[in-house]
Design a protein around this ligand. Structure first.
Ligand code: MN
Length: 247
């Protein structure tokens, strides 16, 4: 099995090192990741300049672009063969509910999915975490399962792993995305040159964190696995908007 690994935290991040190391037990791993932290990059492609692909001493490749650029470049230009799987992460921090819209971790997996490759995004639910090996092991379990019993449909999975020892995980729950409250306001600051600047504030707290959501599963010690789709059409509103437009 050939596995393409990417992330949004950058090729130097401990999360991607742990992931690549664990996945090497089940497949031939190629790492192509951004040269700097591109968390929050979403599905952006770099179209206003060319991209460079460089190789670090440890064999990881890095690109002066976004997570989406990395997977796009690797799959459509760099690799000789279509990978059997794209695995993105392990992200430093959760990607649940509305986070998935902004996440570069999810975006890298989404790009694999859009290019026809089964893809998994993996995030560790802790900003304080330093050990990514448990989440990497969970990702490897899923990749191994995929190898043993391929899933017969195009698949894009968003996986969040609680920060606790492997033996203390409650299990795996297949979930839907929860919802967050509105984001915190921007934080205003003043530079030494007396310019006002703004930092984007924190994401909102969980609003829909009920049974069945990723938030709920993770809060109860389970790994959440949410199957994602790309079609944003609000099918349930087509009739009501048709009526409104037709007046
Ligand atoms: Mn990140």
């Amino acid at each position: 099995m050939r596995i393409l690994v990417s992330n949004d935290d950058g090729y130097f991040a401990p999360g991607i090192a742990a992931l690549a190391e664990a996945l090497a037990a089940v497949g031939e791993v190629t790492v192509v990741a951004p040269e700097r932290d591109r968390s929050g990059a979403s599905n952006s492609l770099t179209l206003d300049r060319p991209l460079s692909l460089r190789r670090a001493a440890n064999g990881f490749h890095f690109v002066n672009g976004t997570p989406t650029d990395c997977v796009h470049l690797a799959v459509t230009g760099m690799l000789d063969h279509l990978p059997d799987m794209v695995v993105s992460g392990v992200n430093h921090g959760a990607n649940m509910g509305d986070d998935t819209i902004y996440s570069g971790t999810v975006a890298a997996a989404t790009e694999g999915f859009l290019l026809g490759v089964p893809s998994i995004a993996v995030s560790l639910v802790s900003k304080a975490a330093t050990d990514f090996s448990v989440a990497a092991r969970v990702a490897t379990d899923l990749a191994e399962r995929f190898l043993r019993m391929p899933f017969r449909q195009p698949v894009l999975l968003n996986v969040n792993v609680p920060d606790r020892p492997y033996e203390e995980l409650a299990g795996v729950r297949v979930t839907r995305l929860g919802k967050r409250h509105k984001a915190e306001p921007v934080i205003r600051g003043v530079t030494p040159r007396n310019e006002t600047v703004y930092w984007v504030g924190a994401a909102g707290g969980a609003a829909d964190a009920g049974e069945g959501t990723d938030f709920h599963a993770v809060a109860n010690g389970y790994v959440s696995v949410t199957p994602l789709q790309i079609d944003l059409t609000h099918t349930g509103q087509i009739a009501a908007v048709s009526e409104w437009v037709g007046r």
